[in-house]
Design a protein around this ligand. Structure first.
Ligand code: THU
Length: 137
């Protein structure tokens, strides 16, 4: 998907993701990530990365936000904002793309942002071609 005009709520999502990023627990990588998800019900859910001394036990910001969205009872993601304080482009890792894919629609948008502004927008389908989806639903 090519870059698109940004929706009106995107700047709010960026501010929320930045606030989450500032609460990241990342003493090992020192790489702080924030995420904001928007659900189909119009609610916003944020998350930060949560690292652990046992490095593989660390959790990405997207997973933190997804846990909050699911716990609140939402199921459908319309928009994803991911950003980091350390790099300009912070695309979601492959594992998070798969995690998000469970709760997307063909219209779900992944916005690459900095802590202050939008950069570009992609679909999950373009970021994760041939994604594995369960077909029992
Ligand atoms: N990280 C995320 O939070 N999201 C991603 O999509 C990529 C990586 C975190 C994990 C770890 O705490 C730090 O960034 C460095 O990899």
């Amino acid at each position: 998907m090519t870059a698109q005009a940004s929706p009106a709520y995107l700047q709010e999502m960026i501010a929320l993701a930045k606030h989450a990023m500032e609460n990241a627990y990342a003493p090992y990588s020192k790489f702080h990530v924030g995420c904001c998800l928007r659900s189909a019900t119009g609610h916003f859910y944020t998350g930060a990365n949560v690292e652990n001394a046992a490095y593989p036990s660390s959790q990405c910001a997207e997973a933190s936000a997804l846990g909050n969205l699911i716990t609140a009872g939402d199921r459908v993601i319309t928009d994803v904002v991911v950003l980091s304080g350390e790099v300009e482009h912070c695309p979601p890792c492959g594992n998070c793309r798969q995690k998000l894919s469970e709760f997307i629609t063909p219209d779900t948008k992944i916005h690459f942002c900095t802590p202050t502004h939008w950069l570009e927008t992609h679909s999950v389908y373009s970021l994760l071609p041939y994604m594995f989806k369960h077909h029992l639903r």
